[in-house]
Ligand binder design. Structure first.
Ligand code: HEC
Length: 262
């Protein structure tokens, strides 16, 4: 190996390990004040029944406060719903048509009631992604992490989003949980931390049924953030297959062209 080659190889190695080292440090730093997120069960994304159930839950429990303005009612046909099913089961206002965006029915002064206006959820599955996990993991864990907290204006708090201004709207399904605290010694000062949760009122669903429904609702919010997302992934596989075939043909053609010259 010549000297200059040796220098460029060592330089490349240094840059590579430098980038690796700093990215590890920054991830560790970002994760230091983070919460544990449960993994969202991805299989619901390709399942039309899951997505339809998610849409139904959204229209029944969330539309009162949140819109998904990036999606029009007609687009819900991609989930396997017919025009009539959408009109009869999901459109609750006669003035709306298939071309209308899915907006919240909440009035403008809601901000005063909750201290914060409920955000549009079209892109939350993207905006909440971080080094802790995907945006889907965040939503999936958030909707399963509410507990009763009398110090909060809404009466509810959330371990994933402490101090959140949203009440637990699905409490009848999950049940009502109270936090049990324990004292922790934090460098000389005593701190109260949540030890575990106890149910004070049982929900109408079992814990695994509740998780399944939240997985469906999360899948629906992942779909709203990118309705063509699953198509894009399927197309990607075909593009890679085509490129591999093309590369093979180019290789054989190249060999055929140079056969007599070499
Ligand atoms: C009574 C009104 C209300 C209802 C109903 C409601 N939310 Fe909320 N939601 C809020 C408010 C207010 C916030 C903002 C909380 C904050 O930032 O403190 C919020 C925040 C959120 C967020 C966090 C957004 C972000 O990135 O900060 C998600 C996700 C969410 N809601 C999902 C839902 C889902 C899913 C439903 C239906 C099951 C629902 N919400 C029903 C009021 C509501």
């Amino acid at each position: 190996m010549t000297n200059s080659r040796f220098v460029s190889y060592s330089l490349l190695l240094t840059v590579f390990f430098g980038v690796y080292f700093f990215s590890t440090i920054s991830t560790a730093y970002a994760a230091s004040n983070s919460v544990h997120l449960d993994s969202f069960p991805m299989k619901t994304l390709n399942n039309k029944a899951s997505l339809q159930n998610g849409a139904k839950l959204f229209m029944n429990y969330c539309i009162g406060c949140h819109g998904i303005s990036q999606v029009r009612y007609g687009k819900l046909q991609d989930l396997g719903l017919s025009k009539n099913q959408i009109k009869d089961n999901l459109i609750f206002n006669e003035k709306l048509t298939m071309a209308s965006s899915i907006l919240t029915s909440m009035s403008q002064d809601s901000k005063v009631w909750f201290g914060k206006r409920p955000p549009d959820l079209s892109l939350t599955a993207k905006s909440r992604s971080s080094s802790d996990g995907s945006g889907a993991d965040w939503i999936y864990t958030y909707l399963r992490s509410f507990y009763k907290d009398p110090t909060q204006a809404t009466g509810w708090n959330n371990t994933v989003y402490p101090g959140v201004n949203m009440p637990h709207v699905l409490w009848d399904m999950q049940g009502i949980r109270n936090a049990v605290y324990s004292e922790k010694d934090d460098g000389g000062t005593k701190k109260l931390i949540i030890d575990r949760f106890v149910f004070v009122t049982p929900g109408t669903l079992s814990s695994s049924e509740y998780d399944d429904n939240i997985a469906d609702l999360t899948a629906f919010l992942v779909w709203t953030a990118e309705p063509e997302g699953q198509f894009r992934k399927r197309l990607g596989v075909w593009v890679i297959l085509f490129l591999s075939l093309f590369a093979f043909m180019a290789w054989r053609l190249n060999a055929a062209y140079w056969k007599d010259i070499k």
